[in-house]
Ligand binder design. Structure first.
Ligand SMILES: NC(=O)c1ccc[n+]([C@@H]2O[C@H](COP(=O)([O-])OP(=O)(O)OC[C@H]3O[C@@H](n4cnc5c(N)ncnc54)[C@H](O)[C@@H]3O)[C@@H](O)[C@H]2O)c1
Length: 278
């Protein structure tokens, strides 16, 4: 049974004193989630390889409650050092948001680069980044949650995990594996460690951000290309998402407002997943 008497109040108060680690938190979607959590009172550790302008702005707005650690999510030693630094500054790590992910030009089939030409290096890069880049931080930051019996993990998957998208072969496979991992971990954490550790995922639809700009824009003009137009025509809401539209679902899945929700993969996609095309 939940002990929440007033879910709305709990929802807003939950993040005061809460510490959240956000991989890829310097990027478009991760930056939105980091800012929203900071605005709700959380301590924020951004783990990224790129100290972006949005990360700088969060760090200067919340100097007492934020830190940036230059980290590669595929380097377990670096993740462990980050864990030590965060734990030294703040008591415990309450949530982990695995946002870091992306593509590689040699893992994307195009009219001039067939599936058979894709390089092993490119394909492995994409599987490593999206799948192992979720597994390794979860091993490092989930351990404390398992020991404490409390915590929330949120993975960022993609709509390409449900129905594989043309071109992005390794990305679709890796994000499908992230969904499976999310459900596996949800069960494992609840059964072996504590039902108070929840693991969920968001499957974003299409947002024009750095991760897919080359896939969705004309290289010369920067205008939406044919693929982007097809995506919009297959999205019942008739547009791409704005990065801030990811935020409320993330806050819900990280807060006690979703205390009986685990192993869920929520599309935030303007109806793309629901649409059969007819
Ligand atoms: N933008 C979209 O439309 C969309 C759609 C579906 C899923 N997603 C997923 O959402 C997540 C965020 O995407 P975004 O659009 O914000 O992209 P983004 O490129 O703006 O952000 C990704 C961030 O991850 C960081 N990163 C990349 N490799 C890293 C590594 N090895 N170690 C640490 N950090 C690393 C990058 O520096 C960047 O800051 C990704 O997992 C992406 O696959 C995005």
């Amino acid at each position: 049974m939940s002990n929440i008497d007033n879910p709305t109040e709990q929802y807003f108060n939950h993040f005061h004193g809460h510490t959240s680690v956000i991989t890829g938190g310097a990027g478009a979607l991760g930056g939105q989630i980091a800012n929203a959590l900071a605005a709700c009172g959380a301590n924020i550790a951004i783990l990224d390889r790129n100290r972006s302008e949005s990360a700088e702005s969060l760090l200067s707005q919340y100097p007492d409650r934020s830190m940036f650690i230059d980290t590669d999510v595929l380097n377990k030693d670096g993740l462990s050092r980050a864990e030590e630094a965060i734990s030294n500054r703040w008591k415990s790590i309450d949530s982990l948001v695995n946002v870091a992910g992306g593509h590689h030009p040699h893992a994307t089939a195009t009219p001039s680069q067939s599936f058979f030409d894709l390089t092993e290096e490119g394909l492995r890069h994409v599987v490593d980044l999206n799948l192992f880049g979720t597994i390794l931080p979860t091993q490092v930051f989930g351990r404390g949650m398992a020991e404490r019996g409390d915590g929330a993990i949120l993975n960022i998957s993609s709509v390409s995990s449900f129905h594989s998208l043309t071109r992005v072969v390794a990305y679709s496979a890796a994000k499908a594996a992230v969904n499976n991992l999310t459900q596996w971990l949800a069960v494992h954490m609840a059964q072996v460690y504590s039902p108070r550790i929840r693991v969920n995922a968001i499957a974003p639809g299409f947002y024009l951000t750095d991760v897919n700009r080359t896939l969705l824009s004309d290289a010369q003009t920067g205008e939406p290309n044919e693929r982007a137009q097809t995506i919009v025509s297959q999205t019942p809401m008739g547009r791409m998402g704005d990065p801030p539209e990811i935020v409320s679902t993330a806050l819900w899945l990280l807060s006690p407002a979703s205390s009986f929700v685990t192993g869920l993969i929520v599309p935030v996609d303007g109806g793309f997943t629901a649409f059969s095309g007819v």
